[in-house]
Design a protein. Sequence first.
Lengths: 487, 157
Amino acid sequence: MVFNLETMLVVAGSALFGLFVGAVPGLTATMATALLVPVTFFMPPIPAIAAIVTATAMAIFSGDIPGALLRMPGTPASAAYTDEAYAMTRKGMAETALGAGLVFSAIGGLFGTLVLIVSAPALAEFALRFSSFEYFWLVLLGLTCAIVITAERPLKGFVSLLIGLFVASVGLGNPAGFPRFTFGNTELMGGIGLIPMMIGMFAISEVIRYAVDTTTAAKVFDQPIHNVFRGMWALMVRYWRQLLRGSVLGTLVGALPGAGADIAAWMAYAISKKNSREPEKFGTGHVEGIIESGAANNSAIAGAWIPALVFGIPGDSITAIVIGVLYMKNMNPGPTLFTQNPQNIYAVYVLFILANLIMIPFGWWCIKASKQILRVPRNVLMPIILLFCIVGAFAINNTVFDIAAMLVAGVVAYVLEENGYPVAPAILGVVLGTMLEENFVTSMIKAEGNLLGFFDRPVAATLGVLTLGAWFLPPLIRRMRRVALGS
Amino acid sequence: MKINDAIIGAVLALLGAVVLFHVQSFPTIPGQQYGPGLFPGTIALGFLVCGVLLVVSGVRSRAGQPWVAGEAWIRSVPHVRAFLAIVAGLAAYIVLADVVGFLIIAPILLVLWFVALGVRLKTALIASIITTLVIWFAFYRLLRVPLPWGVLTKFAF
C-alpha cells in the first residue's frame, strides 16, 4: 500500500519540500503542511498522508540548520537550542551540532512512532466504549489543556479559544441545523472553511511577519562540514539517558492537545539543563541539550498523531490540519478508524518509520546543500508563497470567498500573536467546536436535561473531575499559597 | 502593532453583547433548553466577561503607555509599504480576479509584491511571469482547478 511508485515519489518530493521549508527561517513546519494541503486534496488518502508525515518530520529537523549556521531558528521547534547550536558553530563544532540534530531527531521520531504504534490501538479499543458524555469531557479537557500549556496568561489563551469556538459556530453545522451568523450569505451556510483559515493563520501571517521584520539578515557562518556522523555513536553511548528522556517527554507533550514540537523542545532543554551533571556548560556550545530537545521535538510530531487518530483531537497545530485532511479523505478520525480501516492506520505507521529513516540520507544531503539553501533570497520566495496561498485556498471549494477567509484569518492571527494571544487554542476551538456542541446536546438529551448525567458513567466522571480540576485547582493553589505566605 | 488589552477587551465585550442580543432571535425547541442559541450564547457571555477583565487589566497596567504602540516597522516607510502591498494585493485579487482573470492579475500582483519587498525590477518581472505560468500550469492544467479567465475568457483553452 505504501511501497508503490506514486507514494514513493510523493514521499521523496515532500521530503525535499519539507527540508527546504524547514531550513528557510520564517517558513515553519505548520506552514509546510498548510501549503501541502491544497495539493494533497487531489491525491488518494495514503499519498496525501505520506506527504504531510514526511514533510513535517523533515522540516522539524532541518529547522536546526539555520539555527546552527545563522543563529536563526528555521522553525519555532528549533528555537529552544538555537543559541546553543550557534555557540557550537563558533567553537568550530558545526559538524557535531548538525550531526546531533540529524541523528537524534531521527531517533526521537522513531521513538515517538513506536509509542504511536503501541498506544493508539489500545486507546482506540478503550475509546470504542465511549459515549457522548466521555467525548464531551475529553474535548473539554483537550481545550483546557491547550490553554494551560500554551498561554502565559490563561485569560488570553481563553479568549483565543473563544474566538475559535465562535468561528466554529458559524453556519448550518449544528445539532438543530439552524443557519447561525450567516446573514443570508450562502457561502457562510457551510461554515468557514478550515483549510483556507489554516493557510491564512500559518502562511499569510508568517509572510506578513517577514514583511514587517526590521532585523537585518545575518551572515551564514562559513565552516567546512565533512562528516556529520563522526562521533555520533560516542554521543549516543554517553547521553542515552538524555536521548530517552527527551523522546519520552516529547511524545507526551506532543500528545497533549495544543502543545507541539516547539513547547516540547523548550521543556526538554530546560529539563536537560536542570538534570545535567555539567549545567554550567549549557549555553556555551554544549551538545547535551541539543540531543535531548532535538529528540523531543521530533518525537512530539509523532506523539501529536495519537489523540488525533484515536479521538479526533489534534495534539498540535499540524495535526489540526491533518484532521481536516482526514475528513476530506473520508478517513474520519476516531476509534472506528482502527476497526474498519486498519490497513490505513498501518500505512500511517509505515510512513512514519519510513520518513524518519530516510531523514538520515536526505538530511545529510540537506546539510551539505545548506549554504545554497540559505542563500535563496526570501524576498523572492514570499510573493511566490502568497500566490500559492491564493490558489491553494481557492482550490478546495473553487470560491473567492475562501481567499477572503484566508486573508482575514491571516491578519487576525498576526495581530493576536503580536499581542501575546497564542493561536493554538483558537485552532483547537475551530476544529473541536462542532464536536463539543454535538456531544453536549446529545448528552443533555440522553440525560433528559440533568447535568449530573455527565458524571453517571465512571470514565466520564473521571474525565469530568480532571477537567474541572484543571480549571479550578491552579487558581486555588495560587490563592492558598498567597494566604499561606501571609501577604 | 501592540494594542493595549483594554482596546481588544472593549472590542470583545462589544462583540459579545451584539452576539448575545442576536442569539435571542434564534428559534428555541419546545420543551428543550438547548437550542441553537445556547452554544454561541455561552461563547458570547465568555467574550463579555473576558472583555471586561481585559479592559480592567489593560487600564491598570497602562502606566502612561500609548493605547496603540507600533514597533520599529511602523516608522519605516519600506516596511509599511510592504505590509500594505500584501494586504491590499490580496484584497485586490479577491475583488478583481473573476473580472480580470488569473493570468493578468497574478503577474501584476507578483511584481507589486516583489518590488515592495526590495527585489530588483528586472528580476521581479522575470520571476513573476515564470511563477504565474508554473502555478497556472500546475493548478489549472494538472489539478484542474478552474482559475478564472476573466477578460481572456474568449481565448480560454
